[in-house]
Every structure is written in C-alpha cells, then in structure tokens.
Design a protein around this ligand. Structure first.
Ligand SMILES: Cc1cc2nc3c(=O)[nH]c(=O)nc-3n(C[C@H](O)[C@H](O)[C@H](O)COP(=O)(O)OP(=O)(O)OC[C@H]3O[C@@H](n4cnc5c(N)ncnc54)[C@H](O)[C@@H]3O)c2cc1C
Length: 435
C-alpha cells in the first residue's frame, strides 16, 4: 500500500475503498487497467466490518429460485428511476458474486432466508480477502487521502483530484477515468464529514434528498420505558392516510425510544419516506400473527372460561411475555383492579385486550437517524447516469458505483449486492470504453 505520494497519475482512480470501490478495483485490474484507490480512512472497507452484526451478509440468494427472478429483484431495490437498478443487478447478480468470492478464496455459506455470509461468519474475512486480492494485483491504495475536490477537463488528463492527507498536506492526482464510490451518509460518522455527494455535485450532478433507511423507528407512547426490551413475534403494518402501505412479520423488539427488529428495519424506508414529506405515519402491531382475530377471541374466551377463578395476570402466565402483560393490564385499566378474576372481566375490557393484541397503534415520530441506519435512500440522481454502464451523462469518463447514487436495497444483503454489482458493471464499462 502506498501512502501520501506528492503527485501521481493513473488511468483509473477510484475514490472510496468500500465494497463498491474494492470490487471495481479488482475487476478493473483484472481487465488490465492501471488502477489506484484513494481512501480517506486509515484502512480499506471499514464499513464492511460493521455489516451483518460483524458477520457481513454479503448477498441474498432467495430471489434466485423465484420463477420471475427479474420481478422479484425489482421489488428489492428502490430508486427514483425504478428500472435503473435492475439493468445492473441482472448483468452481475448473486451467482456471479458467489463465484467471485470463491475465485478470491472466500467461500460463502447460506443461512436462513437465503442470506449469504463468509464461511467463517466474520466480516473481517471480507476485508482480508480484498487486501490480499489488491496486493496480488499490485493495486496502489492511497490511504488517509481525503478527496476534497475534483475537476474535469476535455484535455488529457481528464481528471484532477485534490486530496488532503492526515497532516492537511495537499496532494494532487490525475487520471483519465474516475469512479466515485464514496458511499452514503450512514453509520457512526454520519454528519461529521461532508459526504461524497458533494464531489459529484461539483461536477454538475444533482442530489436527490437523502433519508435514512433500514433503521429503527421512534414511537410516541407515554410509557415507552415499560415496553422497552420486550421481544415478541408479530406483524407490523405501516399506515399512511388510513391505508396500510407495507406489512412485515418476524421478531419485533421494543426499545426505550421505539421499536426495531427485522420487520421494522424492512418497513422503515416506507415510514421514513412519508415522514420526510411531513405526513403522519402510524405503526399497527399484531402481537398474535399466527391467529386471526376470531381465533384469538375464541382462544382467550375459552382460557378465561376455564380459569375464571384466576386473576387476568395469572391467566396469561406463559402465554405472553410477562412484561408485556404488565403493560397490557395498564393499557386496559386492569392495573387498578389487580384482583379482578377472569370470570368478572367486563366485555369492553376484553375488547380492548383483543384490539391491543391485534391492532396496537402507535404514532411514528421519526426514524433513529442516519447514524443508526444501515443505508441511505436517495443520493446522486440516476437519470444523469447511463443505465447499464453507470457512466455520467454530464462528464465523460466519470462513473458511479454503490450507495452514493440514488439506489438502495432491502434488508438482507441487497445493499452489499448493489455495491458488488455496480462496482463490477462500472469497471467493465470503463474497460470497454478504454478498448
Ligand atoms: C451497521 C451497518 C450494517 C450493515 N449491514 C449490511 C449487511 O449485512 N448486508 C448488506 O447488504 N448491507 C449492509 N449494510 C449496508 C452496506 O454496508 C452498504 O450499503 C455498503 O457498504 C455500501 O458500499 P459503498 O462502497 O457504496 O460505500 P461504503 O462502504 O460506505 O464505502 C465508501 C468509502 O468511501 C470512502 N470515502 C468517502 N468519501 C471520501 C472522500 N472524500 N475521499 C476519500 N474516500 C472517501 C469512505 O471512507 C468509505 O471507505 C450495513 C450498513 C451499516 C451501517
């Protein structure tokens, strides 16, 4: 690895050694292109370490078996140009990604739901394998080089890239091709540095207002503390203007500020989109998704008939989370009558119980923000890029890859897949352009 050179020219400079930039660097180098990477951090792929709870959910194989794979894939990616991502993920998909990592020496393993991970279940292995791949190919990586400005000209060299090193020393690099893979605006450092969008904007590109996605939701509820740490299987529905706009089922986890869990992370994009537009968003939770409302009523009626001599709290032992029962009793006013027996439960109180268990509604006040989000929705406008090559329509020789553009994927490996696919497609398009 090289650090802090004073001036350097390469055919292709890649800005950002994240998932997309690393994939592009290996691919471009294998296509014989003189490639180098500029990275502001002191090591490559720092964000990859955080992914998949430290295990790195590299991709997701579940769409591959779908009879209409294209339609299934389309539903997993989001952009203002809905067809834009498909032209990329169809060129380089899950199968190629699995083969690519195997080719680098990193076999993958499949877990529940088609989620693919490195066989060692360690995200660090992904970084190590890229490190080795770059060394094998002698790809220079200029670490601690934060790109602060890029200019494009019609003459050779086309791009002038100004960097600041750790010691604030200015370094200028030049290249004929430039790949911008500076990522989105999420993670612990969100908001601390101007995101890479500004570089694309300086070159004339438009930013579609970013918002956080795959993120926990903040709820308005007077007794959030009491719900905090309760986990339950459930179905979550997002409601906007009285209409259910998305539903997901799985483990829900209440926190002291709101709610998380795979169904919430999956639905958060829809909630965030409408919140960003100033609309009212509600979350309705079904805590007994395995039973219809009629079945639930039937079950509880029979339970309370059989154990009519018990208090309501005692009748629910082992059926619902104990902490949840305490909150349910408070919500229905039964905490004021702790000795009330099931046989004396008023019908109105029973109805309230059923409603809370099947349709407990909360106002969603906000998301948990960019710092806690896994991906940024929005980004550089894809209508300014050529579909299928990712080249800028405004600046010849400029390409984009990864989260920096207005494409985001669902929870479950789709964002890293976007990074791999777009990194590969952009590098191959650059190779074709050079030839
Ligand atoms: C906590 C967490 C968990 C996640 N888990 C998963 C998961 O399991 N599966 C999944 O598919 N996705 C996951 N994601 C999302 C996924 O990590 C990202 O979508 C993906 O890493 C984006 O890759 P990228 O290369 O576009 O950007 P990044 O990985 O963000 O890389 C961008 C790189 O550019 C560098 N850079 C930025 N600006 C400059 C500059 N001006 N000069 C020089 N360098 C610069 C940055 O330092 C960074 O190294 C997770 C995200 C988070 C935050």
């Amino acid at each position: 690895m090289y650090e802090n050179q004073t001036s350097m020219h390469h055919k292709l400079f890649i800005i950002g050694a994240g998932a997309a930039g690393l994939m592009a660097a290996v691919t471009a180098s294998d296509m014989g292109i003189d490639t180098a990477i500029l990275e502001s951090n002191d090591r490559i792929g720092k964000k990859i370490l955080m992914t998949g709870d430290g295990r790195c959910n590299i991709t997701n194989e579940s769409t591959v078996t779908d009879t209409d794979e294209a339609a299934a894939l389309s539903r997993k990616y989001h952009s203002n140009q809905p067809e834009f991502p498909l032209a990329v993920v169809q060129q380089y998909g899950v199968g190629q990604t699995i083969d690519f990592f195997s080719f680098l020496g990193l076999p993958l393993t499949r877990l529940k739901g088609g989620l693919m991970y490195p066989m060692s279940l360690q995200a660090a292995a992904v970084l190590d394998i890229f490190q080795l791949a770059l060394e094998d190919r002698n790809v220079p990586v200029y670490l601690k080089n934060k790109v602060v400005d890029v200019t494009a000209s019609a003459d050779h060299p086309r791009f002038t890239i100004k960097c600041l090193t750790e010691t604030e020393e200015e370094v200028v690099y030049t290249s004929d091709y430039l790949l911008l893979s500076t990522g989105g605006n999420t993670g612990p450092n969100a908001g601390k540095e101007p995101p890479g969008y500004t570089l694309a904007e300086r070159l004339g590109h438009t930013l579609i207002e970013p918002f956080p996605a795959i993120v926990q939701l903040k709820l308005q509820y007077p007794n959030m503390r009491a719900l905090s740490s309760i986990k339950s299987q459930g179905q979550a529905h997002i409601i906007v203007k009285g209409k259910v706009i998305g539903s997901e089922q799985g483990e829900l986890a209440f926190t002291d500020y709101g709610i998380t869990g795979p169904p919430i992370l999956q639905l958060s994009r829809k909630a965030a989109y409408h919140l960003a537009r100033g609309e009212q968003v509600k979350l309705s939770v079904d805590l007994t998704p395995g039973r219809t409302e009629e079945e639930l009523i039937d079950f509880l009626e029979k339970l309370w008939e059989t154990f009519g001599h018990r208090t309501v709290a005692d009748s629910l032992v082992g059926i619902f989370n104990k902490k949840l029962v305490t909150v349910l009793l408070k919500e229905t006013g039964l905490d004021q009558q702790p000795q009330l027996l099931c046989q004396n439960l008023p019908p109105k109180t029973k109805e309230n119980f059923y409603r809370l268990l099947k349709r407990w509604e909360f106002k969603v006040t906000d998301t948990n923000g960019f710092t806690n989000a896994q991906v940024t929705a929005g980004g550089i406008d894809t209508s300014e890029l050529t579909r299928g090559t990712l080249e800028s329509k405004l600046v010849p020789g400029l390409y984009l890859a990864g989260e920096v553009m207005d494409v985001d994927g669902d929870f479950g490996g789709y964002n890293l897949q976007w990074a791999w696919s777009s990194g590969y497609v952009a590098a191959m398009a650059i190779a074709k352009s050079i030839q």
